[in-house]
Write a protein of this length. Structure first.
Length: 503
C-alpha cells in the first residue's frame, strides 16, 4: 500500500461516504448507520498503514502528495505528515468510529446526521495533512459547516444561540488568519509552508502575523478570554458532537501553533511567549475554579477541557525564551513533548467523559448533577468506567492524564518555581471538580426515584468505553511508542523555532 495516495484516501473516503449516506432514503436508516460505521472503520484501518509505514528517524514530511490545484495563484494540493500530525490523525480516525457508535440511537434524520460527521472527519484529517496554507485554510474553515449543522439541527433547546456563537467566534478569528496568509503569499509568491518557513521577516511583521494566527487558534483551542463559546456549544451539542468537538477539534488550535506560529514567526513567538504563558495559566487556574461551581455535568467537563488544554499552549511557549541556552534544551524538548502528549491524552479522556454523560442523559434526559446520586447502586459497570476516567482527568499517575501534564510542570520549573506551582494547581483543582462530581452523581443515597429505574451499560456502550480505557491506561503506563513517534519531529520544530528570521 506504500504506493497508494493514503492521505488523500483518508481525507476523501469519508467525504464520499458522507455524500452516499446523505442521499439514502429515510426508510434506510439502518443502512445509513452500518455504511457510516464501515466507512469509519476502513478509514481507521488505512490510518494504521500510516503508522506501519512511518519512519520515526526522519524529520522530513512523509507520504507526500502533490498536484496542481489553482495554478493562477500558485496554490497546490500538497499533503504530507510528520510525527506530530500522525498521532493526531490516528486519534481522529479512532474517535470517529466511536462517534458513529455514540450516535447509533439517533432517529431524527439519521442519514444526514451520519453524513455530517463523515464530512467533518475528512475536513479534520485534511487540516493535519495540509502543507499548502490555502489548502489548510479551506479544510480549517470547512469544519465549521458540518459542526454548525450538527449542533444546530440535533442540539438542545438553545441550539440556535450556541450554534451562532460557535460560528461567529471561530469565523471571526479565522478572518485575521486569512489576512496573515494572504500577506505571506504576497511576500513569497507561494502558499507552501516550507517556503514560508524560510522567508525572512522583520520583527514587526512577525508580531502582526503572530497575533493574526493567535486569534484564529486561540478561539479554536479555546484560550481565555475567547473561550465562552465552548461551554454553550457542548451543552447544546448531541453526545457525538461533544465527543468530536472535545477530542479532535480543540486540538486543531494547538496544531495551528505548531504548524504556523512557531516556525513562521519564531522571533515573535519568543517575544510574546510571556503573553501565551499568562493566558495559559489563567486557563489552568481561573477556568479550573469556574469548573468547580458548575451544576451541569457537560458544562463542568467543558470548562475542564479549557483548563487542560492550557497545558498545550503552556508546554509550547513556556521555555521559548531559553532557546539559545544549551543547558535548557532538554527541558524545552520535555515541555513540547508534554504539550503533544497532552493533546492526545485529552482527546481520549474528554471523549470518554462526554460519552459517560451521554450514557446518563440517554436514560434520564438531564445533565444536572443534583438530579442524580446513588447511580453506583444500579449501574456498577458504568460507575467503574466513570471513576477510572475521573481519575485520569484528575491526572492520576498510571493514566495518560498524568503524563503530559507532569512533563509540562517538570519543564516549567526551569522557567520559574511560581510558574510551575501555578501550573501544578491543575492537579488539585482537577481532582476537586472531577471527583466531587463523581461523588455526587455515583455515590450516596438515591434521592431521585428515576435513578432506581436505570439500566447498566449495554455492549455498545461498554465497547466504546473499554477502547478508551485501554488507550488511556496504555499511554499512562507506556508512553514510549507515542514519544518515539514524535521525537524527531518535535526536535525539528524546536530547531525551526530557534532559527531567527529577522531580515
Amino acid at each position: 500500500m506504500n504506493n497508494w495516495p493514503l492521505l488523500s484516501l483518508l481525507i476523501w473516503l469519508p467525504m464520499v461516504g458522507g455524500m452516499v449516506v446523505m442521499f439514502l432514503r429515510e426508510e434506510r436508516q439502518a443502512l445509513a448507520r452500518w455504511v457510516s460505521l464501515l466507512v469509519t472503520l476502513v478509514v481507521f484501518l488505512l490510518s494504521l498503514q500510516l503508522w506501519l509505514g512511518f519512519d520515526n528517524q526522519s524529520s522530513a514530511m512523509q507520504f507526500v502528495e502533490q498536484a496542481q490545484w489553482v495554478p493562477a495563484i500558485h496554490a497546490r494540493y500538497h499533503l504530507g505528515i510528520d510525527g506530530i500530525a500522525l498521532p493526531l490523525i490516528l486519534m481522529t480516525t479512532l474517535v470517529m468510529v466511536l462517534v458513529v457508535l455514540a450516535g447509533w440511537h439517533v432517529s431524527q434524520r439519521i442519514e444526514q446526521f451520519m453524513a455530517a460527521f463523515l464530512l467533518l472527519e475528512g475536513f479534520m484529517i485534511g487540516v493535519f495533512c495540509a502543507l499548502d496554507a490555502l489548502l489548510f485554510y479551506v479544510f480549517f474553515e470547512g469544519m465549521l459547516i458540518p459542526m454548525f449543522l450538527i449542533i444546530g439541527i440535533w442540539g438542545g433547546p438553545n441550539r440556535v444561540y450556541a450554534t451562532l456563537k460557535f460560528f461567529l467566534y471561530t469565523f471571526f478569528g479565522s478572518v485575521f488568519m486569512l489576512i496573515g496568509l494572504i500577506y505571506l503569499y504576497l511576500k513569497t509568491g507561494s502558499w507552501a509552508l516550507a517556503d514560508w518557513y524560510a522567508q525572512p521577516l522583520s520583527l514587526n511583521e512577525q508580531i502582526w502575523l503572530f497575533l493574526g494566527f493567535l486569534l484564529a487558534f486561540a478561539v479554536k483551542i479555546p484560550m481565555w478570554p475567547v473561550h465562552t463559546w465552548l461551554p454553550d456549544a457542548h451543552v447544546e451539542a448531541p453526545t457525538a458532537g461533544s465527543v468530536v468537538l472535545a477530542a479532535v477539534m480543540l486540538k486543531i488550535g494547538g496544531f495551528g501553533f505548531i504548524r504556523f506560529s512557531l516556525p513562521v514567526t519564531p522571533d515573535a513567538s519568543q517575544e510574546l511567549a510571556w503573553l501565551m504563558i499568562a493566558l495559559s495559566l489563567v486557563a489552568v487556574v481561573y477556568v479550573g475554579l469556574v469548573a468547580l461551581v458548575q451544576a451541569d455535568m457537560k458544562k463542568l467537563i467543558a470548562y475542564s477541557s479549557i483548563s487542560h488544554m492550557g497545558f498545550v499552549t503552556l508546554g509550547l511557549f513556556v521555555l521559548l525564551g531559553a532557546l539559545a541556552d544549551p543547558a535548557r534544551q532538554d527541558a524545552i524538548k520535555l515541555a513540547m513533548d508534554g504539550a503533544v502528549v497532552q493533546m492526545i491524552s485529552h482527546g481520549f479522556v474528554s471523549a470518554a467523559m462526554f460519552l459517560g454523560v451521554g450514557v446518563l442523559y440517554d436514560r434520564m434526559h438531564t445533565r444536572m448533577i443534583k438530579d442524580y446520586g446513588g447511580v453506583a447502586q444500579v449501574m456498577p459497570w458504568f460507575t467503574l468506567f466513570a471513576v477510572f476516567f475521573a481519575m485520569a482527568n484528575s491526572g492520576l499517575p498510571g493514566t495518560s492524564g498524568f503524563v503530559g501534564e507532569f512533563m509540562v510542570i517538570l519543564a516549567s520549573f526551569q522557567a520559574g518555581f511560581w510558574l510551575a506551582f501555578l501550573a501544578a494547581t491543575t492537579l488539585i483543582l482537577g481532582a476537586a471538580y472531577t471527583l466531587w462530581m463523581v461523588k455526587r452523581v455515583m455515590f450516596g443515597e438515591i434521592h431521585n426515584p428515576e435513578v432506581k429505574k436505570l439500566e447498566d451499560i449495554g455492549s455498545r456502550e461498554a465497547a466504546m468505553l473499554t477502547v478508551l480505557a485501554v488507550l488511556v491506561l496504555a499511554i499512562g503506563v507506556w508512553p514510549e511508542p507515542l514519544l518515539d513517534m514524535m521525537n524527531i519531529s518535535v526536535t525539528h520544530l524546536i530547531e525551526l523555532a530557534a532559527r531567527s528570521k529577522l531580515g
